[in-house]
Write a protein of this length. Sequence first.
Length: 247
Amino acid sequence: MAEIKAVDVSKLRKTTGAGMMDCKKALQEANGDFDAAIEIIRKKGQAVANKRADREASEGAVLAKINNEGNKGALVVLNCETDFVAKNTDFVNFTESILNIALEKNPSNLNELKQLELNGKTIADQVVEQIGVIGEKLELAHYDKIEAESVIAYIHPGNKLATIVGFSKSDIDLQIKKDIAMQVAAMNPIAVDKDNVPKEVVDKELEIGREQALQEGKPENIVDKIAMGKLNKFFKENTLLNQAFIK
């Protein structure tokens, strides 16, 4: 069996992020072959991923960022199993590295993002490797982007909530943009304005309004009018331009 040197273990740890003992065992199994040891670490990560596939990754980091020109923004969500991992600096930094690639390469969707290269491997493979390192299920769960004349990003303290907002004008006061981004985070509008609300949502709200009116014993000839009133209240509470400004 080849001699396993501490410097090789340290190098493998730096390359893969795996624990020292895991790296030593991988090098022993690979008889000192560094590339083979990396593959062993990766396969271990895949095994952990398969083993934990049914676990719930309900914690994680939500990060958003804009480019230097201020006309593009991206947002990513990397989920994990525990709040302990979600707060870990390495985990947050890993999420940010994915976000930086997303902002730079501007992929069309989440699947495209996963296939982009990060430090010589696809992001999808990097996530799998980190599962082996951390020992928890990880999932790159969401990615979105926006391009506009002016874009602002907001991350709520704790990295659990973030927003990106685009404006059709470039000369908007920075504080106003920040306030609107915070409004979106706090009030969670389903659309910018009532005209942007999907038809199926409108139809569902009208149906609920009619049913409520009938259950309250309202005359059938005014049920539609009552339902429309409830729909307008829904628009006021759930569309950005019709919400009361919380600040």
